[in-house]
Design a protein around this ligand. Structure first.
Ligand SMILES: Nc1ncnc2c1ncn2[C@@H]1O[C@H](COP(=O)(O)OP(=O)(O)O)[C@@H](O)[C@H]1O
Ligand SMILES: [Mg+2]
Length: 510
């Protein structure tokens, strides 16, 4: 234990004049005076066990194979735990040439990446190294692990950030520094949606993490979906064939890069596709070091790491990171454990529906299932009431959709349903958007208010309102049935046969 030095006042940090001596003293105190080495004893599956290595959990080490076929120097590895006096490490690279007794050296720091404005326009791997064939980006080193900002120092979210997607900007508005989950199966348009957002968001910088994607999809995303927006974006990707630790690192690296821009006062949008693959990578690590599997094989550390990752984005005293995290929900199982955990951490969710995608309705956002928990803080009363009106019309249509489809609903029997049917095409046209169709929050809002006005003009301001007042409820439930009865009776009943039957009678009288 070293005595605190008189000038060693943490309040002075960093860089106050009296702090210079203090900083030197601290540097000497914390310095690694002497190399900390260990030797490889065992390699079991993905885990390297080293003896004699005094290193902390999360510390970066280097494994030095004596002969490495295919060249290359030391393999970086990270301490992931300890067992029976041995240090457990997982490699951040290809583990070749390793043998019993291979030397492992501790570096004294966690994994760090170079961050700086030169990263804009670059495509990096999970460890921050360039994938685009250009030189290593210059920049200061930053640890990929960080604590989230202190909760009380975080400003409240009061402003909307434009995402450039009409359906979202108008009906699921996202605040500057809000975190939204995008719940979707595969192939329903996540990548196109992220590309649309990256191209038209009002934020200054996009940081996009592709975790566990197929190799082919990375290039497709960068060239097709992102396009010109690459110049104000940083893409970090770890494809599915990369070691689990590298896939995890990609999520942390991207978050650290977003934090760098946020600390410069910028508004950043961080998009991560997908958190589910991040959770799967953490599960792989957990199982490899002997954690017990819990819900659906996910280990407890998965549910400890998720909030640690997701809480790092959001507002901060300077700048903000708006977080959009995709969650894979295959078979539309919204209660799968990762989806459940993520939903409880984030401030809202957007659901992409396979049904809509099958109907070629893109972006396939299921508005009725999507919510933004901050709508009240970031939109005006007028916008909220127009949004509620449109959602109400959509809900009414959905409730009667089957009747309408089989022709069992008779127009005029229920004003609410009539309004929903009349407004269906304009609402659909409003919600659909081609990937290259630009839109701003102002466009989305005025189109939304236009829809409300059109609904009022078509059926009057009260019909179709969400409230269940007497008339609406009365004409909402029963007449649907009346409609069915009328149309069932129509062709074969009193109408047709009754008519001709009446004619002879009249004729007879004449
Ligand atoms: N806004 C859109 N307009 C038209 N088609 C779209 C749109 N978004 C997605 N698609 C279609 O959906 C397909 C799959 O989209 P993609 O973004 O690659 O899905 P995911 O990333 O979820 O696997 C695309 O090839 C495209 O044909
Ligand atoms: Mg995709």
């Amino acid at each position: 234990m070293i005595e605190p030095l008189p000038w060693d006042d943490p309040a002075q940090e960093p860089g106050a004049s009296a702090g210079r001596l203090g900083r030197y003293a601290r540097a000497v105190r914390d310095a690694d005076l002497g190399r900390r080495n260990g030797l490889v004893a065992d390699v079991i599956g993905l885990v390297v066990e080293a003896t004699g290595l005094k290193a902390e959990v999360g510390e970066l080490c280097h494994v030095h194979p004596e002969r490495r076929r295919g060249g290359g120097g030391a393999v970086p590895a990270e301490v992931v735990g300890f067992r029976a006096g041995r240090t457990l490490l997982m490699p951040l690279g290809e583990l070749t040439g390793i043998a019993p007794g291979t030397t492992v050296t501790a570096t004294g720091h966690p994994f760090r990446v170079a961050v700086g404005d030169a990263l804009l326009g670059r495509v990096l791997d999970g460890l921050g190294a360039p994938l685009d064939g250009m030189g290593a980006p210059p920049g200061g080193l930053r640890s990929t692990q960080a604590a989230p900002p202190d909760p009380l120092s975080r400003p409240r979210i009061t402003e909307q950030v434009g995402l450039g997607v009409r359906a979202l900007d108008a009906l699921v508005p996202c605040g500057r520094g809000q975190r939204l989950g995008i719940f979707a199966g595969s192939g329903v348009g996540k990548s196109s949606l992220m590309g649309m957002i990256a191209r038209s968001t009002t934020a200054d910088v996009n940081v996009i993490a592709l975790v566990g994607e197929r190799g082919r999809e990375v290039r497709e995303f960068v060239e097709r979906d992102l396009g010109d927006a690459l110049e104000r974006s940083v893409v970090v990707c770890a494809t599915s064939d990369q070691p689990a630790l590298v896939r995890l690192r990609a999520a942390y690296t991207a978050t650290a890069i977003a934090e760098h821009f946020r600390d410069e006062g910028k508004d950043v949008v961080l998009m991560m596709d997908s958190v589910t693959r991040f959770a799967m990578a953490q599960r792989e690590v957990g199982l490899a070091i002997g954690e017990p599997p819990a819900t659906r094989g996910y280990t407890p550390s998965v549910f400890a790491e998720l909030p640690r990752l997701l809480e790092r984005t959001g507002t901060a005293p300077s700048g903000s990171i708006t977080g959009l995290y995709t969650v894979l929900v295959d078979g539309d199982d919204m209660n799968e454990p990762v989806a459940d955990a993520v939903r409880s951490i984030l401030d809202g969710h957007v659901v992409l529906s396979r049904d809509l995608a099958h109907r070629n309705h893109y972006p396939a956002i299921d508005v009725l299932q999507s919510v933004s928990r901050l709508t009240g803080e970031i939109s005006t009363a007028e916008e909220r009431s127009a949004a509620a009106r449109v959602r109400g019309l959509m809900a009414d249509y959905r409730a009667r959709e089957d009747l309408v489809a089989i022709g069992a609903y008779q127009a005029g029997s229920d004003p609410r349903t009539d309004a929903a049917i009349a407004m269906r095409d304009p609402i659909e046209a409003f919600l659909r958007q081609a990937p290259d169709e630009p839109s701003t929050v102002a466009d989305a809002t005025s189109a939304l208010l236009g829809l409300e006005a059109r609904a009022d003009a078509a059926v009057g301001p009260t019909a179709g309102e969400g409230t269940d007042d007497g008339t609406a409820a009365g004409s909402g439930g029963v007449p649907g049935a009346v409609g069915v009865a009328a149309s069932a009776v129509g062709p074969g009943g009193p109408g047709a046969p009754g008519g001709p039957a009446a004619v002879p009678a009249v004729a007879g009288v004449a």
